[in-house]
Every structure is written in C-alpha cells, then in structure tokens.
Write a protein that binds this ligand. Structure first.
Ligand code: HEM
Ligand SMILES: *[C@@H]1O[C@H](CO)[C@@H](O)[C@H](O)[C@H]1NC(C)=O
Ligand SMILES: *[C@@H]1O[C@H](CO)[C@@H](O)[C@H](O)[C@H]1NC(C)=O
Length: 504
C-alpha cells in the first residue's frame, strides 16, 4: 500500500519539511563530516550528514522516470545492494530479489517492520502493520481466512463486489475522475465487508473523515495543536473515525450478548454472512475494543489506498495500448455473451476465465509498483553474499527496482501484458518467476507480512475492468501525468469522458 503503510512514499513525505530546514543549517558542515560506510557493508555513499541522500531520492521520484535513484547507484556501485542514507538513517537499499527474499522471509527472526511514528499515531498502536510477534500472527491469519480464502470470496465477497461496482457505474456522469470513482467503489466495498454498512449518510460521513485521515499520511507532521495543518486535521479525523467504529463495535457486542438463546431471524441471516466485526467478536482470544478498532482502521487504509490506484492505472495503460484493450474487451465481452440473463452477476467461474485480464493486472502491478518496497530493521547481524548488515541497520527492500530491471524482464520499462502469457517458464527473462530460487515478482510482499488482500484486490480490479470495458468507452478529458511521488498515481486522478454503450 504505497499509499498504504509500508510504501517508500509515506516515509518520504513524512520528514520532508524537517529535512528542508535542516539542509539549510547543515549545508555549512557538509565537508566536515563525510562519513564512510563500514568495510563489510554493501558499497555506497552517505551523502550529506543527517540529510543523507534523501533529497536526491525525492527529487528523482518526482520525475516521470520511475527508477532513476536506484539505476544510478546500481551503476555506480556495480551491484544490486548498496548503502545510502535516508531519513536520518544509514539504510541498505536492495534491488536484489535474493536479498529481498531474505528480508521478507526473515520477519520476526532477523528483520522487523519499521515505520515512522507519525504513521503509527494515525493508524493506532494495534494496527496490523505495526504489530509484531504473536498478536500479529493471530490477526494476520484472521485476515487471511476472511479475505484470501477462495471459498469466502466466491460465496460472499464476489456477489457484493459485483453489486457495488454495478451500482456505482450505473450512476456515472459523462465526465469524471476515474480515481475518485474507483475510490468511492472500494470504500463502499470495504465498509460492507468489514462492518456491513450500506451506502448512506453514515457511510458518507465516515468517508469524509477518512479522506482527511489519509491526507495525513502524505503530509508533514507538525504538533497536533496546529490543527489547521493537514496532519493536525488528520489526527482529529482519526478520532472521529475511531469513535464511529468504537460505537459500532460496542453496539454489536451488546447485540451478541443479548442474543443468547433465541436467535432472531435477522441474526440468523447475518450469521450466515459474517463480517469482520463478527469475526473479531467471536475470536477465541478475545480482542479488546481498542484492538478491534485499530485493526479495522488499518484494514480500511490497506484495502482502500491500493486497489483504486491499480484500477485507474490499468485503465490508463489500456487506453495507451489499444491492442491490449481490444484483446481484454474481447475476453470480457465473451464472458458477458455467455450469460443467459443480460444482468447476471459475474461468478467465480467467470473470474477464472479471464487469462488476459490477469496478465494486464499483473503487468499493471509490475509496471506501476504502487508499493515500491518495504522498510525493515535488522534485529540481528545479517550476512549476505560476503556483506554484513549490522544489527539495528535499516533496510529498504525495493520491489520496484527488481520489477523494472531489464535483467529480469525484457524491455522492463515497457508495458507489455503479453509477457505474462508464458509465465510458466522460469527463465529469468520475460515473465520468469524467479531468480536463484527467489521470487522476482512481489507486488504483494511476502513472508509473514504477505498482503492478505492479494486475491480480493485482484477480484475487485477484474470486476471493475469487466464492467468498464463491456459497458463504456472512454477518452482522456484533460492531459494528465503519471508521477511516483509522494505516491504512484495520476496527478489529476485521470479525468475522462465516458460513453455508455450498454446498460448495467
Ligand atoms: C492491488 C492491491 C494491493 C497491493 C498492491 C497490496 C500490497 C501490499 C504489500 C506489498 C504489503 C506488505 C507490506 C509489508 O510487508 O510491510 C501489504 C500488506 C497488507 N495488505 Fe495489501 N495490497 C493490496 C490490496 C489489499 C487489500 C484489498 C487489502 C484488504 C484486505 C489489503 C490488506 C493488507 C494488510 C492488512 C496488510 C498488512 C499485513 C501484515 O503486515 O501482516 N491489501 N499489501
Ligand atoms: C500473476 O502474478 C502472480 C504472482 O503474484 C502469479 O502467481 C500468476 O501466475 C501471474 N499471472 C499470470 C497470468 O501470469
Ligand atoms: C525452473 O528452474 C529450475 C532450476 O532453477 C528447474 O529445476 C525447474 O525444472 C524449472 N521449472 C520449469 C517449469 O521450467
């Protein structure tokens, strides 16, 4: 979730103002303090004292070129592992899939998640991304059962997704920003899946505050009494969202206790179709109310900030690659044509018969890299290919640098969904899946923190694309630009004109 917690971006946005102030102060001392990288660490330069290479990183990602920072340093140091200095800390930057595997797989043993404190304030102490150890394991597996099991997706989630996507697209105006519309859809979906709330005033209200909360992730945190700042406003919004969720959790808890012997018809109906709150309330370990609220909030952020961006970018890349759009449209029209009833919902079988659409989604994930990589901290000395990464050292495992490396993907900087058609050969080029036994395609991370939404996100994007291409055509309304800072996205949210060809 570039957008979400772990991405490079949050960590970029967070200290930028402080850095600008300090660079002025520190420029004068520049020459006094040229630090060296310890011999056994990967090669590198640390840049300016304190500020390090942060500003260069930010500057690089502000361009339309997706990977200039890593490109330049890999060339200079002659390897995929180098040391740099980011956000006030010496950081090992990895563009090496084998090292990334060690990082992801070593969670809890030799590495642990490491996030700035401004983020934990917004997410809450108990949020999944900040959790460690046993509690994290339990919450993570709960999320996996809830969102990644094909049985649950097939019977509960997919029908909801179909309904919500359709309901939204039906009321589309002729001109819109695709990102805004995609966000509205995923928000409504998340609210249904987590807390069984339909659209309406309550949900709109929550969305209003939620949007302020999200802004906070991309702002510079000043003390919260400066409440006119984005961050201050986000802190306030967090309180509102948390209150609303807390109220809901309490109400549901009371209902649960009252239900005892006689189960009402409504209860019986709902117990067939449990949401996340039900799941948390019946969990044996008994979570506290605060834990439940933080957990729900983190799920909101995680699911809502990633999927809509991929939906939007997939549409943009398709529009830029007409032959891919033609093929995807053909595949989706075929599925629609087979339906006896014109308005019949998509089912699991349909989802499983969209091979080219899955190629487009993979290629969008690879090419756009909305989560550029993850930050971790070494909790033991780590030895790798002759280097030693000392205990306490920060590490950035870059997915983007691997996904855009021409050693692993032929013409890596070109959007080419066809490369995924022959993904079964595991040679390292052209859709190959691994290098030295390590996966090279890791848009959802891996190891103990593997994204529990990996399948759900795909299903949502697939259903969205289905109705987009079978019912509409679109053209760009305003020139827009793909940027990589502070998050990967279309600068204006991709403004388009849509024309409806088919009712839905
Ligand atoms: C295309 C969409 C998505 C992408 C690219 C994505 C990517 C990722 C990545 C890379 C991580 C690992 C972070 C780390 O290792 O620090 C992650 C974690 C997570 N994702 Fe997603 N995600 C997506 C959609 C979703 C959805 C729809 C949900 C909702 C269920 C979700 C829930 C989570 C959660 C809860 C975590 C934290 C897991 C943990 O730390 O144990 N994600 N995601
Ligand atoms: C897409 O990527 C996933 C890994 O995230 C892989 O398992 C799947 O086979 C890929 N799909 C295609 C069509 O190559
Ligand atoms: C993948 O590569 C490994 C060796 O790296 C080989 O043993 C295996 O048979 C290959 N699999 C396929 C499907 O080509």
């Amino acid at each position: 979730m570039a957008t979400f917690a772990s991405s490079v971006i949050h960590q970029l946005a967070y200290p930028s103002l402080l850095l600008i102030i300090s660079i002025l102060a520190l420029a004068a001392f520049r020459r006094l303090n040229r630090k060296r990288v310890t011999a056994a660490m990967p090669p590198g330069t640390l840049g300016l004292p304190f500020v390090g290479e942060t500003l260069r990183l930010i500057k690089a990602y502000r361009t339309e070129d997706p990977e200039p920072f890593a490109d330049e340093r890999m060339r200079r140091h002659g390897g995929r592992l180098f040391t740099t200095h980011l956000f006030g800390e010496r950081t090992v930057f990895s563009a090496d899939p084998e090292f990334n595997r060690v990082v992801l797989g070593g969670e809890g043993r030799i590495f642990e998640g490491s996030y700035p404190s401004s983020m934990s304030t917004l997410l809450g102490r108990h949020s999944l991304v900040l959790m460690k150890g046993a509690l994290h394991k339990r919450m993570h597996s709960l999320t996996l059962t809830r969102f990644a099991s094909p049985a649950v997706i097939r019977s509960h989630l997919l029908p909801d997704i179909d309904r919500v996507v359709r309901r939204n697209l039906r009321s589309w105006p002729a001109s819109l920003r695709l990102l805004d519309q995609a966000k509205k859809i995923t928000f409504e979906l998340t609210v249904e899946q987590l807390i069984s709330q339909g659209p309406g005033e309550w949900t709109e209200n929550l969305r209003h505050y939620y949007n302020f909360l999200i802004d906070g992730f991309f702002s510079v945190p000043l003390p919260s009494f400066l409440s006119f700042t984005t961050y201050g406003r986000a802190i306030k919004a967090r309180k509102k969202v948390a209150e609303a969720l807390m109220e809901l959790v309490r109400r549901r808890k009371e209902e649960k206790m009252g239900e005892s012997v006689v189960e009402s018809a409504a209860e019986a109906e709902r117990s067939k179709k449990k949401d996340m709150v039900d799941e948390l309330l019946v969990a044996e370990e008994g979570f506290t109310e605060e834990e439940m609220v933080d957990f729900l909030l983190a799920l909101f952020v995680a699911g809502h900030e990633t999927t809509p961006t991929i939906m939007t970018l997939a549409a943009k890349f398709l529009a830029d690659n007409p032959s891919a759009l033609v093929l995807l449209k053909k595949e989706q029209n075929e599925i629609r044509r087979k339906k006896t009833d014109e308005f019949e919902a998509l089912d699991w079988k349909d989802y499983k018969s969209m091979p080219f659409t899955q190629c487009v989604i993979n290629e969008t994930l690879r090419f756009a890299n909305i989560i550029g990589g993850v930050f971790r901290r070494a909790i033991a000395d780590v030895h790798f290919k002759g280097y030693t990464i000392p205990k306490g050292c920060k590490v950035f495992a870059s997915f983007r640098a691997v996904h855009l490396d021409s050693h692993y993907y032929e013409e890596a900087r070109t959007f080419n969904p066809w490369r995924w058609l022959n993904h079964n050969n595991n040679v390292s080029k052209d859709g190959g899946q691994e290098a030295g036994g390590a996966p090279i395609f890791t848009p959802f991370g891996g190891g103990q923190r593997l994204c529990p939404g990996y399948e759900l996100g795909r299903v949502e994007i697939s259903v969205f694309l289905h109705y987009l291409v079978t019912c509409f055509s679109w053209e760009v309304a305003e020139k827009d630009k793909l940027v990589f800072f502070p998050t990967t996205r279309m600068l204006k949210g991709y403004p388009i004109h849509v024309r409806r060809h088919h009712s839905l």
